[in-house]
Design a protein around this ligand. Sequence first.
Ligand code: 5GP
Length: 177
Amino acid sequence: MMTIHVLDKKFVPYLSAETIAKRIEELAAKINEDYADKNPIFIGILNGSFMFASDLYKQISVSSTISFIKLVSYKGTTSTGTVITSIGLEEDLTGRNVILIEDIVDTGKTLSEFLPTIQKQQPNSIKICTLLQKPEALLHPLEADYVGFQIPNKFVVGFGLDYDGYGRNLKEIYQLE
Ligand code: 5GP
């Protein structure tokens, strides 16, 4: 692994493909243990989580389903400012055990604002599985249940994560130099 460029920025290697794969195996093993007989529904949040969701789901052995959504934020008419909603969710989540799959939890804003939308459907449980988490950046009350790696507050690309749309195809994760 060596220094790379994505658009105008320089990135240095941070997590190798092997390190990521090994950790995903551990996360999947834990989920398989926790969700035996719970028939969970995984919901991957696009675009960033597509690679993580795919590799994780290949290691899931319990009876389950998976679906993908895109989050859209728009200016609400209330004083709360932006509202986050989803597109693409056709499944009925009533009584289901939901596992949200995210690429990275940064400030926690996106997920903490989106969770009520899921809660409205009255699932039996909601858990968050994120590949990366930046604990220093967390501003909103949000607890991720399955965390791949806790990382410093630096911008990263690769393994599904982008810089301005580019870099998602990288097999490794790189940190801004
Ligand atoms: P939050 O709402 O938790 O602040 O932000 C979550 C979203 O911000 C992630 O889903 C991701 O799209 C984006 N994000 C936050 N930090 C990074 C980062 O270091 N690299 C990339 N590529 N995206 C990030």
